[in-house]
Design a protein around this ligand. Sequence first.
Ligand code: UFG
Length: 331
Amino acid sequence: MAILVLGGAGYIGSHMVKRLIEQNEDVVVIDNLVTGHQQAISKQARFYQGDVRDREFLDQVFTKENIDTVIHFAAFSVVPESMKDPLKYFDNNTGGMINLLEAMHAHHVNRIVFSSTAATYGNPKNDTIKETDPQNPINPYGESKLMMEKIMHWADVAYGIKFVALRYFNVAGAAADGTIGEDHNPETHLIPIVLQVASGKRDELQIFGDDYKTPDGTNIRDYVHVTDLADAHILAMKYLQTGNDSDAFNLGSSTGFSVKQILEAARVATGKEIPAKIAARRGGDPDTLVAKSDKARKVLHWQPQYDDIHEIIKTAWNWTQKHPNGFEDQK
Ligand code: UFG
């Protein structure tokens, strides 16, 4: 039976597909290629181009392929964009989930591993966030994902579709062999932007606000390596395949780095100067987001391999240097 990866041409999805193929799984990929890159998909996976909101298309794939478990990454995920265009997020992310669950129910597929996010917690009360902490998103992106979690819960109650929601903190890095990595257009994420400055593609980093409630005034985030994250999905899939109940897990390193600390770490990891200046705050940014992720370690037996931010940045730098124009070079 096959694993269906929705959004398998995206940054995290493509690392997931690579990891599954390395473990000799039979992999089917769906992606609409709006933000993903076909070149990022492992050749051994069977690829169908289409949209998660297109029910007829989903029915065709579920009819043709013998799907055991769905891993769902297909979503828009840019916080500032969601502040400007919330309905785009509710339509694609939340609407897409309803359509997907309907198709899964119709085709008797009853396991899903889902990319949720730290953004569902909003501005947390505690220094590190537990899965049981209140979820009060402060941006539409986080809200769209929280709604997706709730929809999955009721689909479980009614139809017995079991789910694992993995609430990622900030995903970073690239495959160790440098074959795939992060390539968004336009790029909005901190580490790839810092590395674009390091490689001379941008003049300077803009630090969005230095008046947050943190020791150096810049936002603190918890960075987790993309292949560690992919491994957590494989463990979550096995957790469901062995008959466990639906649940949610944080995935983070449990260590926070401020924007200024990431900049310093990137200067060390690349040996480049990386000019930066303070700019205005960006909408929708919580002060600090750091995970308590013992639950994933304990229940899923997740053991992240990358615990040094310099090493994480180095894998992204390796990808950036090998592919200065991202996947453009591989067309
Ligand atoms: N930042 C800058 N300058 C930039 C880009 C980013 O200062 O040019 C800052 C942001 O303001 C923020 C931090 O760097 O404080 C990280 O920003 P990213 O855009 O890299 O990541 P976000 O924290 O906004 O969001 C990411 C994912 C979301 C997820 C969230 C959870 O994109 O999907 O992490 O922490 F929900």
